[in-house]
Design a protein. Sequence first.
Length: 209
Amino acid sequence: MRLIYFTDPMCSWCWGFSPVLQRLIAETDPRPDVHVVAGGLYPNQNAPVSPERRAAMPELWGRVAEVTGQTFNPPKWADDFCYNTEPACRALVCAREIAPDDSLEFLEALHRAFYVEGRDITQADELHQCYRTFRPDQAGDFESLFESKFIRRQTWTDFEYTREVLGVASFPTLVGELGGRLHKLSPGYNDFEDVKSLLDIARERARQA
């Protein structure tokens, strides 16, 4: 069984979903393989965040914190901050290319850097620092790959796969691949019990097929 996780490092509900996914993986036997796909929440944002959106963000993050129990600290964005998630998604794809088994853990590190530590992970230097802290022995590989045409293309391939191939419309989205079929387990945020129930149903159907 494989879980395919469509996410974005700068998606607040994805950060909120992190404990649900971690628990699901830990309590599923046998332990599933997990493939992380960078969905691209806002990959083309080149204009600074509007004053209205900036003012609304603490309330949104507060709502996610209330529902999920995750920590969110107030954003400390510069006046020219653009909510462009392409660089953070590219960093995630880059980490996946270097070590696929590390991608979920690095996603967690990016979430924490943005939502808890208040770091601007739209900036390449911050992303490099995140990876240096995460895997110092592989930081050189990350820095050489991050700006490469290959990783840029692969990032946009992730975006296209998310929307055009599977029609994912919200983040997070978790899909289970069982018996050659895909089963949506969490289109958007859901709590552990709901996701586990859908996974159990999908596994039973796969056994009966």
